[in-house]
Design a protein around this ligand. Sequence first.
Ligand code: BG6
Length: 470
Amino acid sequence: MIRKELKDFPDDFLWGASTSAYQVEGAWDEDGKGLSVMDVGNHPEDVTDFKVASDHYHNYKKDVALMAEMGFKTYRFSIAWTRIIPEGTGEINQKGIEFYSNLIDELLKYDIEPLVTMYHFDLPLALQKKGGWENRETVDAFVNYAEVLFDEFGDRVQYWLTINEQNMMILHGDALGLLEGDPDNVKKGLYQSNHHMLVAQSMVFDLCHKKLESAKIGPAPNISTVYPASSKPEDVLAANNYSSIRNWLYLDAAVFGRYNATAWSFMEEKGIIPEIKDGDMEILKAGKPDFIAFNYYTSASVEGDFKDEKKESNYEGDQQVVDNEKGLYRRHQNEHLEKTEFGWEIDPIGFRTTLREIYSRYNLPLIVTENGLGAYDKLEENDKINDNYRIDYLKKHIKQAQLAITDGVELFGYCPWSAIDLVSTHQGINKRYGFIYVNRDEFDLKDMRRIKKKSFHWYKDVIESNGKHL
Ligand code: BG6
């Protein structure tokens, strides 16, 4: 193979890391915050809920100081809708505005660019009670909420993300604690919700450009390259099916303002076509993102042969595991990849392929807003956490990001998951991702002190050297 001369990461590359409000903040009912679906969701009983999480709400200054010590250029966090507008619509909670305003100022004090996700799974419960995203009124509620954010923080926030992992909410709402009951029965409603989210997102793209001259905004789905199990045409077709339904449905709508044809025909076949109101397609066309943010943890592999019925039910309720769609695609175990302790396949080369696929399809600048490895970290003597496995995972992915840049992909930032330990979507606090350890267990809050992991020091050096020391 020809060895390429590697291109450097751009000088202004946005190195940082990510979190989301409900997974890190705690203070679930403080200072006027309303309830979100995550505060009352169907959460597994053997792991912690999100009530205290990493108590970032009360420790944000300490946490931001540690991020600054690592040299972060950006910090991706989400705003809890229910802190700003407790009931989803109506009254604004000044204490919530104050919290995020202070957080933003704290970041700017250290020259850390705030990268703000407007909505990361935690829909206000009041809206859910009225039908959630299935109810068209939630579109207006989201646009109104976005306008409040632009008015309050638009003077200081340059980079905005609309909706985190809309595709995972639709495909794996059960794993994320968003759905109750049999997912098959709720599918029609899901694709209606999906349509409403797409419309709301486009309206918010548009609003952002109208209100804030220099701000940039983009979607934040979870995108993964999809491998066919073999070169058998049926498998290749299955991979194409899955990629259309998992990836391109979301990004084609966000960028091109149209429904992906393969995904549309899937919805048609299943009888789950959403109601599209007059003017909706024009809205989708009008709102344009400035960049694409995406989360990547692993690739996916599928097969198209459904003869062996025994292999049918292998879905484990996890957002990174393919949920089979009969006749279209079925999960395949990729025997070429190692797995994390939690069974997620590790595929750095798939990351490079994913970067290329997105860039060549949409030709927009890209930023990675999640990528990382969840593990049972061990706190050793003298406050040491030797998370070499995390360093190894991130190192390999950053290397592939650099190769993608060398391939011509316009990548302007990298924010692994997560800046600090936080509560995983459905596997508790002990599935850790952070550079900073939070000293608590599932049900014992201990002293919640912050401890720098080995990866903290490693990442500091990566940032300092602009990706030269890996
Ligand atoms: C993504 C989400 O799906 O993956 C995050 O955007 C989540 O909220 C992350 O935490 C890791 O998944 P998990 O299930 O290990 O928390």
